[in-house]
Design a protein around this ligand. Structure first.
Ligand SMILES: *Cc1c(COP(=O)(O)O)cnc(C)c1O
Length: 401
């Protein structure tokens, strides 16, 4: 994809690629958005209402990826509100993970014993319409003062079981280098903090934020990992790939967390193209999230069976490392949503199904007196067991094996 804006007209390249210019020139109104797309009546009405419910704005860069005349454009669906946001939903929930119930200090979520999610800011370059943290992002009340950042750092320092600190938000890379250095140097000074990681969507919505200066700064705080958030192959632009390249060249492993979204990526072909696009950029797909049950996002959620089917279609049909884990986050942690390939135990065999549906019976006798950590469901080998492939019959193996 071309790296220069197709419809930016008068904006010179050096301004267009300046992240501060992009932040300062974010689009806040249907009127301004008309420079890029023809908003529908529904989108225009929703943009007017969005301010009250959940802040709305878009970077010019992300707007230039939108299809001007197609409201079903996957980029548009993620970032431009529609009246569906204000229609009935099955829930009115704004905090499905009970994050507020797991915050020992403001904006620090300590749910797993050994790691914390630290929402260092409520600011984002773009407010994704399905945002998990709708309750706080874009809201001045959740922006943090220095003493509040310090309180969270003090909590981390006082808890030596915390070995992994995830900086998230909002988007932590909305901070300038001086603020990032302030945070990173304080976290690195804590002996038990082994890993620092960022959750940031900047490579997707504002790739110019990933400057050489930023990468030089981050590289001083290794081991430092980044997870980003691509949802559709259209987002894998030349500029995004260049941003990822700068992070990788600074030695930063980059993973990706996708949210399964109706009309955006809820089919096997799109998901395969997305994950293959990611690994071409050297990004490792990490999680595919089931969309959280958050009020006003019902039009973007899918049945869990859709996600399980997509996962089944990826396995065996693309590189193993192009396949993320499909998970649902809950107040009790992330739950993998797998349709198990392992059917159960039939005596001395474990019966399983391969990616293409072939049954396989693996000879796997349990040694006499051995306590199993758990029991597979008992299954019968089908009557046509002789036709089930196996890597050798038990009887044929030498007694010493
Ligand atoms: C997702 C999450 C983490 C990180 O979990 P990983 O599975 O290690 O990526 C940490 N804390 C909270 C509260 C989270 O939601």
């Amino acid at each position: 994809m071309s790296s220069s804006p197709s419809r930016s007209g008068s904006v010179p390249r050096h301004k267009w690629t300046d992240w501060r210019w992009q932040m300062q020139n974010r689009i806040h109104s249907a009127e301004a958005l008309r420079k890029w797309i023809r908003p529908t009546d529904d989108e225009r009405a929703a943009i007017k209402r969005a301010g009250d419910a959940f802040r709305w704005n878009v970077t010019p860069y992300y707007a230039h990826l939108m299809a001007p005349d197609d409201p079903s454009c996957p980029v548009r669906r993620q970032a431009v509100p529609t009246m569906d946001e204000f229609g009935p939903d099955i829930v009115d929930e704004l905090d499905p993970l009970d994050e507020t119930g797991h915050e020992p200090v403001k904006n620090l979520i300590h749910n797993y014993e050994d790691r914390v999610a630290f929402c260092v800011t409520a600011e984002c370059a773009i407010y994704c319409r399905y945002c998990l943290r709708k309750r706080m992002v874009g809201d001045a009340e959740y922006f943090m003062r220095t003493d509040e950042h310090q309180a969270a750092i003090d909590y981390i320092a006082a808890h030596d079981e915390i070995r992994d600190v995830l900086l998230t938000g909002g988007d932590p890379l909305t901070f300038n280098e001086a603020n990032l250095e302030w945070l990173l140097s304080r976290l690195r000074a804590i002996d038990h903090v082994e890993l620092i990681r960022f959750g940031s969507r900047m490579p997707v919505k504002l790739p110019y934020r990933i400057t050489d200066d930023l990468c030089d700064l981050l590289a001083q705080y290794h081991p430092l990992w980044i997870n980003t958030h691509f949802n559709h192959p259209k987002e894998c632009t030349g500029d995004a790939a260049a941003a990822i390249g700068r992070l990788k060249d600074a030695g930063i492993p980059v993973g990706n967390q996708t949210v399964l979204l109706r009309g955006v990526n809820d089919d096997p072909d799109t998901m395969k193209a997305l994950n293959e696009g990611l690994v071409r950029m050297r990004v490792r797909p990490y999680y595919l999230y089931q969309a959280q049950i958050i009020g006003g996002t019902g039009h973007l959620r899918t049945p869990i069976e859709v996600g399980m089917h997509i996962m089944r279609q990826l396995r065996g049909r693309t590189s193993g490392f192009a396949i993320p884990d499909y998970v649902l986050d809950t107040p009790h942690g992330k739950v993998p949503l797998n349709r198990s390939y392992v059917k159960g135990r039939a005596g001395d065999h474990v019966l399983m199904e391969s990616y293409d549906g072939t049954l396989w019976a693996e000879p796997n006798p349990v040694p006499e007196g051995r306590d199993l950590p758990f029991r597979l469901p008992p299954v019968d080998l089908p009557p046509d067991v002789d036709t089930i492939p196996t890597n050798g019959s038990l009887e044929a193996r030498p007694a010493s094996a």
